[in-house]
Every structure is written in structure tokens, then in C-alpha cells.
Design a protein around this ligand. Structure first.
Ligand SMILES: NC(=O)c1ccc[n+]([C@@H]2O[C@H](COP(=O)([O-])OP(=O)(O)OC[C@H]3O[C@@H](n4cnc5c(N)ncnc54)[C@H](OP(=O)(O)O)[C@@H]3O)[C@@H](O)[C@H]2O)c1
Length: 294
């Protein structure tokens, strides 16, 4: 007897990981994925084989799902929320996993739908049916009426998750770090450790962090000041031997989420009247190198 019904919309790096882990823990899992046929019936997570559930291209509207995970990129969110609304599968909880800067309450208003979001501190990279999972500090969840059931689901599926009362602060800080690391890793084709080994790039990253912090702090409270954030980043990230996820996207010729990171800072800067020359320059440089991937 299956324990509960889950829909995963988007069978990319994170979606395929969650699908395989939930399926392994004996949940009923439906997966919608444009490229899911490359996974087939077996996914290898760090070389360990997991059975993979059946995938389809359409949502099964007969079922009532206990959880729907939207595991698409942030630029596909609206389209997919629209699709869910049109097809109206019955579900108790819709969960977002996008680690970017976007207004969740605006989406809730537009689609008249409660949304729960998780922050993700691990790294996932899917190539064919092989997934590389780089362990960070797992998934982070805030407090709302769905927290306990999600904690149970993740723990039951052996996925690391922690509850944190301050998830909004973590989201903002993570977004600032992503504005710094992702664009440089992609533009310079360097691992995070290699970025910090280059004094010129390091100085540039520090200045982007300061500029992004200044802009965001006009609209939201940021608990840590910019110097402390930079100290933390250089201490924790400078030994990371992997590429940022944006670099993985460009290597696969996939559109990146930079418009929802540095692009968000540039737009907000315009709105609040703060110049963002460093973010603009970094984006221009990225666009020159990858004209179709911004
Ligand atoms: N990967 C990580 O390490 C990581 C870590 C933290 C957070 N995140 C967040 O998680 C989100 C997903 O990242 P990801 O790396 O898993 O992206 P990804 O590998 O690009 O996966 C997204 C998948 O969703 C599919 N998709 C989107 N809309 C669809 C639809 N209507 N029907 C079928 N398939 C659909 C895409 O198909 P197409 O390719 O055909 O468009 C793609 O395969 C991002 O917002 C990212 O910020 C990722």
C-alpha cells in the first residue's frame, strides 16, 4: 500500500532526485517531464541505483495529490502554475523549490493558491540517467501549516531537511550569495575555489555583494551587514571545488536564472533609485559570452 500521492512537475536535476527518493520510500509518484524519457526506469544518484517512477506529459486530474512539487526553473513557474490552474488537479500542498528572487505572495494572489517554498542548500546535476548530488546542508523549511507533513515526508524518504523560523532571511542571503557566485562561475568558467584564488575576480565579487546588499536592503530587512556576509562567504565558499549551477546550465546550453538574480537587483535598483553599475557590467559580460542564455 502506497503511503501518499505526489506529483513532481519538472523532471530535471532536483525533480528527478525527489521523484526517485519519494518513490523509493513507497509513495505513489507521478512525474511530468519533457526530457524524462532519458531517465527511463532507473536513476543513478551518485552511482547508487534507484527505481524511477513512470513519467507522462499530462497531469492526471483524477487523482488527489497530497503534495505537488514545482521543480521547474523560476522562469517556467507562471506557465506551470497556470497549467495547474487549468487542469485543476486536486492537491493539498503546492511546493516551490526555486532559490531565486521573486515575489511568492504575488504568485499566490495571481493564481489564488497557497504556496509553500523550500530553500535548497545541496547541489544536483542530472546528465542522462545519472545524477550527481553534492551534499550541502540539505533542504530548509519555514513554519506554516504544512511544515509538519513536509518534514515527515522528507524524513521518511531519507532526505535531509531542517526547520528554520527565519527562512525569509536565509532566502535573501542565499540570493545575494548566488548573485555573486553564479554569474562569475559561468562567465569565467571557474569553480568557486578558482574564483576566490583570483584576486581581481574576488574584489569584483565583493563589490557585487555590497551593491546587491545595498539595493535589496531598501525593500527588505537583511539581518547581517554586508561585511559580515562577505566574510562568511569567503570563509565557507572559497574551498568549494564545484561549479555554480549557472555554469552547469551554460555548459548544457540551457537558459539561466540570472534574470531572477542579478537582473532582479538591476530592476529593483532602478525602482528605488540606486545605480547598479557592477551588476549591469557583470550581466553585459555574461550576455556577450552567452547571448541566448540570460
Ligand atoms: N540543481 C540544483 O542544484 C538546485 C539547487 C538549488 C535550487 N535549485 C532550484 O530548483 C529549480 C530547478 O532546478 P533544476 O536544476 O532541477 O532545473 P532543470 O534541471 O532545468 O529542471 C527543470 C526541468 O523542468 C522541466 N519543465 C519545466 N516545465 C515543464 C513542463 N510544463 N512540463 C514538463 N517539464 C517541464 C524542464 O524541461 P525543459 O528542459 O524541457 O525546459 C527541465 O527538465 C531552479 O529554480 C533552481 O533554482 C536547483
Amino acid at each position: 500500500m502506497k503511503k501518499g500521492k505526489i506529483l513532481i512537475l519538472g523532471a530535471g536535476s532536483i525533480g528527478s532526485y525527489l521523484a526517485a527518493k519519494f518513490f523509493h520510500a513507497n509513495y505513489h509518484v507521478d512525474v511530468i517531464g519533457r526530457k524524462a524519457d532519458r531517465i527511463g526506469d532507473r536513476l543513478y544518484i551518485n552511482n547508487q541505483a534507484f527505481d524511477f517512477p513512470l513519467t507522462s506529459s499530462e497531469i492526471n486530474v483524477q487523482l488527489t495529490y497530497d503534495f505537488i512539487f514545482l521543480t521547474c526553473k523560476v522562469f517556467d513557474l507562471k506557465k506551470n502554475l497556470h497549467k495547474l490552474k487549468e487542469r485543476s488537479p486536486k492537491s493539498k500542498i503546492i511546493i516551490l523549490l526555486q532559490n531565486c528572487l521573486f515575489d511568492i505572495s504575488e504568485l499566490e494572489r495571481t493564481y489564488n493558491q497557497d504556496l509553500t517554498s523550500l530553500l535548497v542548500y545541496d547541489g544536483f546535476n542530472l546528465i542522462e540517467n545519472r545524477l550527481k548530488h553534492t551534499q550541502g546542508s540539505g533542504f530548509l523549511i519555514g513554519s506554516d501549516k504544512h511544515t509538519e507533513s513536509l518534514l515527515r515526508l522528507f524524513k521518511d524518504s531519507h532526505i535531509e531537511i531542517k526547520k528554520n523560523e527565519n527562512i525569509q532571511q536565509h532566502r535573501i542571503e542565499k540570493a545575494i550569495y548566488n548573485c555573486v557566485i553564479n554569474i562569475f562561475s559561468a562567465t569565467h568558467s571557474k569553480t568557486i575555489r578558482e574564483l576566490f584564488a583570483d584576486a581581481e575576480i574576488t574584489e569584483h565579487m565583493q563589490n557585487i555583494l555590497y551593491e546587491s546588499h545595498e539595493v535589496l536592503s531598501q525593500e527588505m530587512e537583511i539581518a547581517q551587514d554586508k561585511e559580515i556576509m562577505w566574510d562568511n562567504l569567503s570563509r565557507f565558499a572559497s574551498n568549494l571545488d564545484h561549479y555554480a549551477s549557472t555554469y552547469q546550465d551554460v555548459r548544457e546550453n540551457k537558459v539561466t536564472e540570472l534574470a531572477f538574480l542579478n537582473g532582479f537587483i538591476i530592476d529593483l535598483g532602478r525602482k528605488v533609485g540606486i545605480a547598479t553599475p557592477l551588476n549591469i557590467e557583470a550581466v553585459d559580460k555574461f550576455k556577450r559570452k552567452y547571448p541566448n542564455l540570460y
